[in-house]
Write a protein that binds this ligand. Structure first.
Ligand code: FBP
Length: 696
């Protein structure tokens, strides 16, 4: 028999109002699913044609020519509308097709709309066309794990974030065996075309698969995805072909919304420095966009750090007639000094709070760390190549790994030709904290890349900052500025003459509106000594209470809150910009397929302009490939685009750095981008970096 409580709960759960309140659906979700992204003009025609555009050319790598002979001469293709092309063209365009699509690498908001665009275009042309989604990334191709994507499935995910529909994975199709298995799957499913939605490595896979399957008539098309924003394509003359990968805008806006909230909180509570690490495996595009969106007090851009030249060290070295290689590129210690400088300057005007943005990949640009990463990559890759087992399973705990490195260092002493890890490396490595050693030794991803997201970069940096601030405090160089009017009020209330004590306590009493306690006063003891020396009190007297109060207020407490913005923003539902961009990428993919293209990447030009000016194109992937070192070997890959320190967006951030640091008595200059909204005219529709870079 049911008890009274169970009965009550059951009735409650049947109540329509309760059902509505606890439903998985809500109004925002319904609106999102219903939204129909606008189509570029060209897709309003019944047919689309491809036209080679000869004005875009590339510097082609010799190795790419050798390894990708059948796709290396592809051209940039523009898509043009046609309403009544020749009948033979119509027949081939309209034929029933079988198309496979896969997500590869980290999720990026908008992926579902690529599928929706492709699905809508393909089904409109021929309702019998089948679209297969490979499950869990490239493994789905290798192992032939796919589902047929139906209209119902597509509708459930329109305009929604994540890659939930078919999931994703990081496997790389990078061996003859994997290429052969992938081809087998495509043939077994009778695919006419395979679409790879991914980053630089995945588009590299797309190029090799296109080459591999050309004889079988299976086309391969890539789509530029990654929140990191590091797939940006220009031709030989610098003309922009793809300004931005999809997902970047959403992730940047999501991070910015949260970071802007921290700016609001920290300038209200005035006691924390918020340290925000933002994703971007290597390139700092996301951090740059966040800086423009939020005007956080300090934002570091990795690409700038490696460009840094320490002029003072160079001068000193020149005087000694030597070359100082360490003068190039910023060290971790130097970076921590720059951060401290900002903190100390804000403290001097009473601002013991703020927000710092650090890109996830910053270590990649720090010379000394980069050397460790390269050396450890080589050691791990070498170990895995020469053993049946792998480095991380054989040395599961840090101490074992360190012992292995010690053995390497000993070997270098005995065998001079062995130079990858010497005793100096070992000594330096042993100086860094355990958790950071652990981070640098973490398992590489399946591409052999160092996983920056697994390293507590911010913790390392803030450890150094903390140590240096303590040193500065002990030297009297880190103090909270006391507002003059407040000082006067406290002194008067305590019956003391502010004008008498002012010059005794402060170094800038007559000069500034924020007063700085003299550097020689660094404790209650030194305060008392100063007062005695200046005969403001006798040895037997206590420090007057108002003076002690003011001193205590000037002693900084450096309190931090550490945040990581990555997976949360990556899983956000796409901005309207990303919804429209990705849907049109999906339509572009179909046009490329229907026109027989292969080895091309779908892209849209003029993204910074009004939607009516968007220009869907196909970019040849082969000519973009370059030789790069991977796992200790030179491999052909698609180049990553880093932040250009000559770009308009970077230079604008640089020029406004001082303003946003706001080490002045007036207000901070934070910007509130607000949360991502789907509806409403005020929803910003372009990334700021995209707009600025298009200007100059
Ligand atoms: P993709 O380049 O594959 O799109 O992934 C980028 C990224 O989101 C980086 O920003 C981050 O460093 C990395 O993925 C995290 O990888 P994982 O999901 O494997 O932890």
């Amino acid at each position: 028999m049911k008890d009274k409580d169970t009965d009550y709960i059951e009735r409650l759960l049947e109540n329509p109002k309760v059902q509505e309140a606890v439903s998985n659906s809500n109004r925002e979700l319904v609106e999102r699913r219903r939204y129909e992204p606008p189509k570029s003009q060209v897709f309003k025609s019944r047919y689309t044609l491809l036209k080679d555009v000869d004005r875009f050319t590339f510097n082609i790598d010799k190795e790419a020519k050798k390894q990708l002979p059948d796709i290396i001469n592809n051209k940039v293709q523009s898509i043009v509308g046609a309403d009544s092309p020749e009948e033979s063209f119509q027949n081939s365009y309209d034929k029933k097709r079988c198309i496979g699509i896969v997500f590869s690498g980290g999720p990026a908001p908008g992926g579902h709309n690529v599928i929706a665009g492709l699905y809508d275009a393909a089904k409109k042309v021929n309702s019998e066309t089948k679209i297969y989604g490979f499950l869990l990334g490239p493994d789905g191709i290798i192992e032939n794990e796919a589902i047929e994507i139906t209209g119902q499935v597509v509708d459930a995910y329109r305009n929604l974030g994540g890659f939930t529909m078919i999931k994703t994975g990081r496997t790389k199709i990078d061996s003859k065996k994997k290429l052969a298995l992938s081809k087998e799957t495509c043939k077994a499913l009778g695919l006419d075309a395979l679409v790879i939605v991914g980053g630089d490595d995945s588009n590299t896979n797309a190029a090799f698969l296109a080459q591999e399957m050309i004889e079988d008539g299976i086309q391969v098309i890539g789509v530029p995805k990654t929140i990191d924003g590091d797939i940006q394509v220009r031709d030989r003359n610098g003309q922009i072909l793809c300004a931005m990968s999809f997902g970047f805008h959403t992730a940047a806006r999501a991070f910015s919304g949260s970071i802007s909230n921290l700016c609001t909180d920290s300038s209200s509570d005035v006691k924390y420095w918020h340290i925000c690490k933002v994703m971007g495996r290597v390139a700092s595009h996301l951090a740059l966009e966040v800086a423009l969106q939020t005007h956080a007090n300090m934002t570091f851009i990795g690409e700038e750090l490696c460009d840094y030249v320490d002029e003072k060290r160079i001068e000193e070295a020149a005087r000694d007639h030597v070359v100082d290689f360490n003068a190039y590129g910023m060290t971790l210690r130097h970076l921590s000094r720059v951060i401290c400088d900002g903190i100390v300057r804000r403290a001097a005007v009473g601002k013991n709070y703020g927000v710092i943005v650090i890109p996830e990949g910053i270590l990649e640009f720090i010379n000394e760390i980069q050397v460790f990463i390269i050396k450890l990559n080589t050691i791990i890759a070498e170990y895995n190549k020469t053993h049946d087992t792998d480095f991380h399973s054989d040395f599961p705990v840090l101490e074992d790994k360190l012992e292995y490195l010690r053995r390497m260092a000993r070997r270098s002493r005995e065998d001079k030709s062995f130079s990858v890890w010497n005793t100096r490396d070992d000594d330096l490595f042993n100086e860094i904290p355990d958790f950071f050693q652990e981070g640098l030794l973490t398992e590489r991803d399946s591409h052999g890349n160092f996983q920056f997201s697994q390293v507590k970069t911010e913790q390392v940096l803030m450890g150094l900052v903390n140590d240096y601030l303590n040193m500065l405090h002990e030297g009297g160089g880190y103090r909270i500025g006391i507002e003059k009017s407040y000082y006067r009020k406290v002194m008067k209330k305590g019956g003391l003459d502010p004008a008498y004590f002012g010059p005794i306590l402060f170094e800038n009493y007559e000069k500034d509106s924020y007063l700085l306690v003299k550097p020689s006063i660094i404790s209650i003891k030194t305060l008392k000594q100063t007062l005695e020396k200046e005969q403001a009190i006798t040895e037997a007297q206590e420090i007057p209470e108002p003076v002690a109060k003011i001193y205590k207020k000037s002693v900084p407490k450096f309190k931090t809150q550490i945040h990581f913005y990555g997976y949360d923003g990556r899983g956000n539902d796409p901005t309207r910009f990303d919804c429209n961009y990705t849907y049109n990428l999906g339509l572009t993919v179909f046009s490329l397929i229907a026109n027989g293209a292969t080895g091309q990447m779908a892209a849209i030009r003029n993204l910074e302009q009004d939607f009516s000016k968007w220009e869907p194109i196909g970019i040849p992937i082969g000519p973009l490939m370059r030789l790069e070192e991977r796992k200790g070997k030179l491999e052909l890959v698609l180049e990553k685009s880093l932040v250009d320190v000559n770009s308009a967006s970077f230079n604008i951030v640089k020029a406004l750095r001082e303003k946003w640091l706001a080490a002045v008595s007036s207000d901070d200059n934070y910007r509130r981008p607000g949360p991502i909204r789907f509806t409403g005219e005020s929803e910003e529709d372009r990334p700021i970096t995209l707009l600025l870079n298009a200007l100059g």
